[in-house]
Design a binder for this molecule. Structure first.
Ligand SMILES: [Zn+2]
Length: 666
């Protein structure tokens, strides 16, 4: 499923993402950047924003795509009775056996991935019961093979091997998001639980009275649009009535998953997730804390201003000074991004001076021409044009005669050059940005298409999405001037509204992107016990986000379960990483392009130097540890959140002025 989740589908690489879900990589998102940005306008929305990009994807916003749902319900991917492990399982394994295992895995997984991609493409473009079943079956076969190879790879943990072989075996093992215990009864139980959790979420509805039910989409719309605190509260509490039944199954899932992880040599499932990042798990966790420390002053300033403006709207009784912000007032069901309250917190001079959506409509730039603009962007960086088949096989416009999943996604169906996007393009600024984002995935996929199949993927799971977003960050006023959409650039003073809107989505998201897995890691390690699941959740929400529940909560609630990625068991740190990395990439590419000026005004359009720098990273795929890929593009192997601060510097100045005399913090 997620296959696409973040990245754009690079299936093999992160192959098996979940027990039931497969993640390849897709992207996602609909939004302009997608995935995670539930951004403003579209926040509510539906399929759209959310998740799935590709079919099987999930975005940070959360919803799983239909394919996911289908495979979940069919559910079963599991552990492989017929596992591909070498027959001589009892003897000490040898390097030759390891090489043989990898060779078989590369051949079989490529075959299964391509089949699963084709089936998923058809399913999402022609939604019927039959195509859902076919896609789920193909996913399950891939998943089962992935689980089998992961278990087989674990046998070589203590064998001395050449570095390349070691990396490939590790990738096979680390493709798993959930490891089923090596016991058919427990595997079946785990599979059943995962499917049950996912479907409890998917079918969740709040029914205050008989026959009066509201699903997530309706409740999200209220949270996004209503300004009535009572109505907001009812929607917020209402959605959280769906999750208490998940607590028991979730607790059992944690036990079973940990048992499986231990069999693969990890201390628990959280450690298995952190092990994907080419460094000791604790060191990686410390890295995340360091990054958060860098951006915290910007977040604190944003939090302070937003709280003050919400207080003006709702009064001090509802929004107390010096305290965490009540979670139902931020325009998003999980308070993960705040673009929907832009109108409440925006400066008077928020108008950027132009409206790209209007420009597209006035000029009648049709969907294919919008995509051509995206292609020309990459051509201007020195990349080859897209293959003819891209234009023949992509979906650009919502068909009138059948059901499709419109959520935007980028694909490489044959894992070589069968690139496609699937979008229902409208003449809007958001879709124009999303096109650039999705094509970022496609060019990444093509750049690594000559590597061994296990290396065709994102340097780590934050990279793919970050690339798409990086390109979308270059859709700036100077770019619009270059392509003739604007006659002249509006003065920089006009940027404040744009920056604030971006910050409400991307900066507000950061602590949320971090805390989801902080909670999960502590749950998997036992540091948060089942008796404190809810308290542990709210402790983190307060500490990182400065958010509090609007009414008292207790252990009769299970609020984590009301966020898709918890029952869906999708790791979340990738979204935090993508948010950090996109600004770091953007700054590095702007430097390569010789740009000087405010970072939020930079476009790399037309810079062959920036294109070369980008390509050096893209073509590495995941063949090397991600710090090397980062160094190729950014000149440093260290993640660095100061690029976000640079980008939002004009906003920080403005926020500091606004916050003067206010009591900030919580
Ligand atoms: Zn994406």
């Amino acid at each position: 499923m997620p296959s696409r989740s973040m990245s754009s589908r690079d299936p093999l690489a992160s192959l098996v993402v979940a027990l039931v879900v497969l993640a390849a990589a897709a992207c996602q998102s609909a939004a302009p950047a997608a995935d995670d940005r539930p951004a403003g306008a579209r926040a509510v929305g539906g399929e759209a924003g959310a998740a799935t990009d590709g079919g099987m994807t999930i975005d940070p916003n959360g919803r799983a795509g239909t394919a996911a749902a289908a495979s979940a319900s069919a559910g079963t991917a599991t552990a492989p009775q017929d596992r591909p492990a070498p027959a001589s399982a009892s003897a000490a394994p040898t390097a030759a056996e390891a090489a043989d295992l990898v060779a078989r895995a590369e051949e079989e997984l490529l075959d299964l991935v391509v089949k699963a991609e084709r089936a998923a493409w058809v399913q999402l473009n022609f939604i019927t019961e039959d195509t859902e079943i076919l896609a789920a079956e193909a996913s399950e076969r891939l998943l089962a093979a992935g689980v089998g190879y992961a278990q087989a790879a674990a046998r070589f943990d203590d064998v001395e091997l050449p570095a390349d072989l070691r990396r490939k075996l590790d990738l096979l093992k680390l493709g798993l998001t959930l490891a089923a215990p090596d016991d058919p009864g427990k595997t079946a139980e785990l599979t059943r639980i995962m499917s049950q959790l996912e479907s409890t979420y998917g079918k969740g509805k709040h029914c205050p009275a008989e026959g009066e039910c509201r699903d997530l989409q309706e409740l999200e719309r209220i949270i996004a649009e209503s300004r009535d605190p009572d109505e907001l509260l009812e929607a917020w509490v209402g959605w959280r009535t769906i999750s208490p039944p998940m607590r028991g199954p979730y607790t059992r899932m944690v036990e079973l998953a940990n048992e499986g992880a231990r069999q693969l040599g990890f201390t628990d499932t959280g450690a298995m997730w952190r092990a994907k990042y080419d460094m000791p798990p604790d060191e990686f966790a410390a890295e995340l804390d360091r990054l958060w420390g860098q951006v915290r002053p910007l977040y604190d300033a944003l939090h302070c201003h937003v709280r003050a403006k919400l207080q003006e709207t709702y009064g001090e009784e509802v929004v107390p000074s010096g305290a965490p912000i009540p979670a139902h007032l931020l325009g998003n069901m999980w308070a993960q991004s705040w673009g929907n309250v832009f109108a409440l917190v925006a400066p008077a001079e928020a108008d950027p001076g132009y409206d790209l959506s209007e420009i597209l409509k006035e000029r009648d730039v049709d969907p294919v021409e919008m995509v051509r603009h995206g292609e020309r962007f990459f051509s201007s960086l020195g990349f080859d044009p897209l293959p003819e088949t891209f234009w023949e096989r992509s979906l650009f416009v919502k068909p009138e005669d059948r059901e499709v999943v419109c959520h935007a996604s980028a694909w490489d169906v044959d894992q070589v050059n069968d690139l496609r996007i699937k979008m229902c393009i409208q003449q809007s600024a958001e879709d124009f940005q999303t096109i650039h984002h999705e094509l970022g995935h496609n060019y990444y996929q093509r750049a690594y298409n000559e590597l061994p199949i296990l290396y065709r993927g994102s340097a780590n799971d934050g990279f793919h999405e970050a690339v798409g977003d990086t390109i979308a960050l270059s859709v700036t006023p100077p770019y619009l001037v270059e392509i003739g959409f604007l006659d002249e650039e509006p003065p920089p003073a006009k940027d404040l509204g744009l920056l604030l809107r971006d910050a409400l989505d991307k900066v507000a998201f950061l602590p949320f992107g971090l805390l989801i897995d902080q909670w999960r890691w502590q749950v998997f390690s036992g540091e948060i016990s089942p008796e404190e699941y809810n308290q542990g959740w709210w402790d983190l929400r307060e500490r990182y986000q400065g958010i509090a529940p609007p009414v008292a909560r207790s252990e009769a609630d299970f609020d984590p379960g009301a966020k898709y990625h918890i029952p869906g068991n999708t790791p979340y740190t990738r979204y935090f990483l993508a948010h950090i990395l996109q600004f770091q990439f953007h700054r590095a590419l702007c430097e390569a392009a010789g740009y000087e000026g405010p970072l939020n005004r930079c476009t790399i359009y037309g810079s062959v130097e920036a294109g070369q720098r980008l390509n050096e990273m893209l073509e590495m795929g995941q063949s090397r540890p991600w710090p090397e890929a980062l160094e190729a593009i950014a000149g440093s192997p260290q993640m660095d959140a100061t690029a976000i601060l640079d980008y939002f510097a004009p906003l920080q100045t403005w926020l500091d002025e606004q916050n003067e005399g206010r009591q900030c913090g919580w």
